[in-house]
Ligand binder design. Structure first.
Ligand SMILES: [Zn+2]
Length: 380
C-alpha cells in the first residue's frame, strides 16, 4: 500500500464450496477472516475475559451494543475518552448494532413512530429517543468500524401485514441511516434485510437495500423464537438475494449447529452471547456437544473437558476442578468456561474456513454432526 493511500473497507472472497464462502474482510483496524464469529462485548467488555484473552481465542472482531453503551456510560463520554477501542483496550475491529433490537427487547414504555423509538431506560427509568440519525451519531461517537442500520424487528410469529409494515418502515429507516452515515472512509455501513419468514418480503427488502447500496448486508429478524428448522428454511433463500460480492451477516446466531448450517447457506459473519453467557452458567460447548459442568458426574473426574482442546481450561484443569469452582461460585469458573467456549467457537470457524478452502465442507459437516451425536465421553 502506497503511503497516503486511504485504506478502505473491502471483502475478498477466497474460496467457495457449495454455497459456503470463505474470505477476508479488510478494515483499517485489521483483517476479519470469514466465516467469522463475533464475541459479544455488550457493556464494553466480553464478560469474564480480558481483551487480550479474547484475541487469543482467535477472534478478529467484537460486537458492542449501542443500546447499553448509550445509557451507560453514554456515547458522548466514550467519545471524550478516546472512543470505544481505546476505552475497552481492543484495537481490532468493532461492529456495533443499531440499538433497535435491544430497545424492543429490554426497554420499558416504548413508543414507535415513523421518526423512531422513544423509551425508558431499564437501568434508571430515564427517557431516551433512538432514531436512524441518532443511532448513526452514537455509533460514530463510539468509533465503530462496522455500523448497522437502525431497524425494527418484529417478534415471530407475526401476521403478514404486520411483517410487511415493519419491514417497509425498516427500509425507510435504512435510507435515512445511509443519509445520516454520510461518507466516512474506512468505516462501513451494513443494511439489514427484514421480512420475517416470507420469501416475497425478503425479496422486496433485499431490493430496497441494494438500491440504497451498503458495504455489507445482514439477514435480520431471525433467531427470534422461530426455531432452527424455520430459520434454515428462510436461510435457504434469504442470503442468495443479497449481493454476492459483499459480506453477509446473520445477526444473533447462534448455537454451533446453527452456525454450521448458516455457513452452509452462504453466511459470512455471526454473533451470539451464547459462548460467554453459557460459560457463566456452567455450560461448556465441546465437539461432543454441551457439557454441564455442575453435574455431579464430574466431581472426581481428573480428565479435561476436551482432551483435544488447547485452551487454558482444558490444558491446565480437570473436570473435577471446573466442577468444584462452579459449585463454589468462584469467579475463575466463569473465566475458564468462557475462555473454553470462545476458543471452541473460534476453532469451529477455523475448521470451516479450512474445509471450505479445501473443498471438503460436506465431509466437515458430516464429522461435526457425527461427533456431536456420539455425546460426551463415557463417565468414569
Ligand atoms: Zn478448552
Amino acid at each position: 500500500m502506497r503511503c497516503g493511500m486511504e485504506k478502505t473497507f473491502s471483502f475478498e472472497k477466497l474460496g467457495q464450496d457449495g454455497k459456503a464462502r470463505t474470505g477476508v474482510i479488510h478494515t483499517t483496524r485489521g483483517d476479519i477472516r470469514t466465516p467469522a464469529f463475533m464475541p459479544v462485548g455488550t457493556a464494553a467488555t466480553v464478560k469474564a475475559m480480558m481483551p487480550e484473552s479474547v484475541a487469543a481465542t482467535g477472534a478478529d472482531i467484537l460486537l458492542g451494543n449501542t443500546y447499553h453503551l448509550m445509557l451507560r456510560p453514554t456515547a458522548e463520554r466514550i467519545d471524550r475518552l478516546g472512543g470505544l477501542h481505546k476505552f475497552m483496550n481492543w484495537d481490532k475491529p468493532i461492529l456495533t448494532d443499531s440499538g433497535g433490537f435491544q430497545v424492543m427487547s429490554l426497554a420499558d414504555l416504548r413508543k414507535l413512530t415513523e421518526k423512531g423509538v422513544t423509551f425508558k431506560s431499564h437501568i434508571d427509568g430515564s427517557r431516551h429517543e433512538l432514531t436512524p440519525e441518532r443511532s448513526m451519531e452514537i455509533q460514530r461517537l463510539l468509533g465503530s468500524d462496522i455500523v448497522m442500520c437502525f431497524d425494527e424487528c418484529p417478534a415471530l410469529p407475526a401476521d403478514r401485514d404486520a411483517i410487511a409494515k415493519s419491514m417497509r418502515l425498516s427500509m425507510r429507516w435504512a435510507d435515512r441511516s445511509r443519509e445520516a452515515f454520510g461518507d466516512r472512509p474506512g468505516h462501513a455501513l451494513f443494511g439489514i434485510q427484514q421480512g420475517g419468514l416470507e420469501q416475497d418480503f425478503r425479496q422486496e427488502s433485499a431490493e430496497a437495500l441494494r438500491n440504497i447500496g451498503f458495504d455489507g448486508y445482514a439477514v435480520g429478524g431471525l433467531a427470534v423464537g422461530e426455531g432452527q428448522e424455520a430459520m434454515f428454511k428462510c436461510l435457504d433463500f434469504a442470503p442468495d438475494m443479497l449481493p454476492e460480492d459483499k459480506p453477509r451477516y446473520l445477526m444473533g446466531v447462534g448455537k454451533p449447529d446453527d452456525i454450521v448450517g448458516a455457513v452452509a447457506r452462504g453466511i459470512d459473519m455471526m454473533d451470539c452471547v451464547l459462548p460467554s453467557r453459557s460459560g457463566r452458567t456452567g455450560q461448556a460447548f465441546t465437539r461432543h456437544g454441551v457439557v454441564n459442568i455442575k453435574n455431579v458426574r464430574h466431581k472426581d473426574d481428573p480428565r479435561p473437558l476436551d482432551e483435544n482442546c488447547t485452551c487454558p481450561a482444558c490444558s491446565n484443569y480437570s473436570r473435577a476442578y471446573l466442577h468444584h469452582v462452579y459449585r463454589s461460585q468462584e469467579m475463575i469458573s466463569g473465566m475458564l468456561l468462557t475462555w473454553h467456549n470462545l476458543h471452541y467457537f473460534q476453532e469451529l470457524m477455523q475448521g470451516m474456513r479450512d474445509a471450505i478452502a479445501a473443498g471438503t465442507f460436506e465431509a466437515f459437516q458430516k464429522t461435526f454432526h457425527e461427533t456431536r451425536a456420539n455425546g460426551d465421553i463415557e463417565r468414569l
